[in-house]
Design a binder for this molecule. Structure first.
Ligand code: GBH
Length: 466
């Protein structure tokens, strides 16, 4: 079958989807017995989220999921990635499951399956039950055990129907944006406790893998956000800065998961912040169990230079104070997130990942997309040519990585809908579908129609390829 010139050409085996996350779309925050999460708390802390916005209503997906699944069906995706809100399942993070919460995900999964779409379930996309934060959150080991229990509850209920499971979404953001940069919940700026959180997240992942292997038949993986880090100059100092950042962003997760080892350079990067008291014998074996896939979220490269850390009070040093500073990319377009659009770095990141970790399982691109300045015309249509160009160029870059031998099996656009973009509130729009937050109406953008055409073309190729 002839491939239209304006569409990227991907291998016939590649599966396509879109992704969302519970707190960003569901709303219904006080319904169905849901307990409070750390994001409910964070949103209510003055100065944290743009205009003090919250996920209380969000896209009202909790009530409108039927309409959203119909949009997915019309789009023609193979896969739909969503997350389960832990505080809907266990309102206080422990104890017996909440029947109404379980019933919601039961209906959602059945509706997705009835539309001929495979559900891809993320267990943790950042909404920790507040009650667990109150007892130490990810800083304490107990939270990993609680996560394993929660995983078992979800697996027992949905394990017969969900064919792909993602334990955690972007643990980098949980540990370091949450506990060191402080721009995500719980919003603290810590050193050693943030590094403890990183370890407990890895442990939670490993324990959850064990539960999933016991109670669910599907494939199991984790979603990371491996960053493509570029030195501002070729100087030894800038290259060393990038190596420290590569440790903080990528190696913290990749080495224990896929190379069977803790970091060999922790002291160089964090000095006195390093404390092994939270590690126990055997943890590494739990963490490094084989996975069926690794999820990769990719949006943009980051350019860095060496910038000696000059905090006068050493006790105030956080885990992200590693003597680096971000440098702006010149001469490229930036999205409304302020992120540079450099599609070829998507190829470079994937090839680099593949070469550095020979034991990496097959990759699913679990998120890729862009926030644009979408202005609806008089009829409510959004002509988002910039988003289409972004997706087209990144899919071409993905095709190049696959050509270079990287084993990628799936690709998800972030996101199906405009939604609650964390600290940016509703101010940033990533959707293929516009959400009018006053009427909660959905309006497919031009990019939705473009992706639909791509999926139609790819499906036709798949049939001829057979
Ligand atoms: C992903 O995070 C998320 O999985 C998804 O929920 C989100 O909606 C999507 O991407 C788009 O952002 O201001 O320096 O403290 C992407 C990684 C990490 C990007 C946090 C913004 C803020 C860092 N995000 N980061 S900082």
């Amino acid at each position: 079958m002839e491939h239209p010139a304006h569409l990227p050409e991907l291998p016939a085996h590649l599966l396509f989807g879109t992704a969302t996350a519970a707190y960003q779309i569901e709303g219904g925050a006080h319904e169905g017995g849901r307990g409070p999460s750390i994001w409910d708390t964070y949103c209510r802390t003055p100065g944290r989220v743009v205009r003090g916005e919250t996920g209380d209503i969000a896209c009202d997906h909790y009530h409108r999921y039927g309409e959203d699944v119909a949009l997915l069906a019309d789009l023609g995706v193979d896969l739909y990635r969503f997350s389960v809100a832990w505080p809907r399942v266990q309102p206080t993070g422990t104890g017996r499951p909440n029947p109404e919460g379980m019933a919601f995900y039961d209906r959602l999964v059945d509706t997705v399956l009835a539309a001929g779409i495979e559900p891809v379930l993320t267990l943790y996309h950042w909404d920790l039950p507040q009650a667990l934060e109150d007892t130490g959150g990810w800083r304490v080991r107990d939270t990993a055990y609680r996560f394993a229990e929660y995983t078992r509850i979800v697996a027992d209920r949905l394990g017969d129907r969900v064919s792909r499971w993602i334990t955690l979404n972007e643990p980098f953001c949980v540990a370091f944006v949450g506990h060191a940069i402080g721009r995500h919940a719980p919003g603290t700026r810590e050193g050693t406790p943030a590094l403890a959180a990183a370890h407990h997240l890895l442990l939670a992942h490993g324990m959850a893998v064990g539960e999933l292997r016991a109670a669910a038949a599907g494939d199991v993986g984790i979603t990371l956000n491996p960053d493509h880090l570029v030195p501002a100059t070729d100087s030894a100092a800038d290259r060393a800065a990038v190596e420290r950042a590569r440790t903080l962003h990528n190696r913290v997760w990749l080495d224990p998961l896929f190379a069977g080892a803790y970091l060999d350079n922790e002291k160089e990067v964090w000095g006195d912040l390093v404390d092994h008291a939270h590690r126990r014998d055997g943890d590494l074996d739990i963490i490094g169990q084989p996975l069926d896939f690794v999820g990769v979220n990719y949006y943009r490269p980051i350019m860095l230079r060496d910038a000696p850390h000059t905090e006068p009070d050493p006790t105030a040093r956080t885990a992200v104070d590693i003597g680096t500073e971000q440098v702006a990319y010149e001469g490229v377009r930036h999205t409304t997130m302020g992120w540079p659009v450099v599609p070829e770095t998507f190829t470079e990141m994937l090839v680099d990942l593949d070469r550095r970790y020979p034991d990496l399982p097959p990759i699913l691109i679990t998120e890729n997309g862009s926030a644009e300045d979408d202005r609806p015309d008089d009829s409510g249509r959004v002509h988002d040519a910039d988003r289409i160009a972004y997706l087209r160029d990144h899919l071409n870059a993905l095709a190049a990585a696959i050509d270079a031998g990287v084993d990628v099996r799936g690709y998800f656009v972030w996101s199906l809908l405009d939604n609650f973009e964390w600290a940016y509130g509703y101010d940033r729009r990533f959707g293929l579908v516009r959400v009018d937050y006053e009427r909660l109406a959905r309006h497919p953008k031009d990019s939705y129609h473009w992706y639909r055409e791509l999926l139609t073309t790819q499906r036709a190729r798949r049939t001829t390829a057979r």
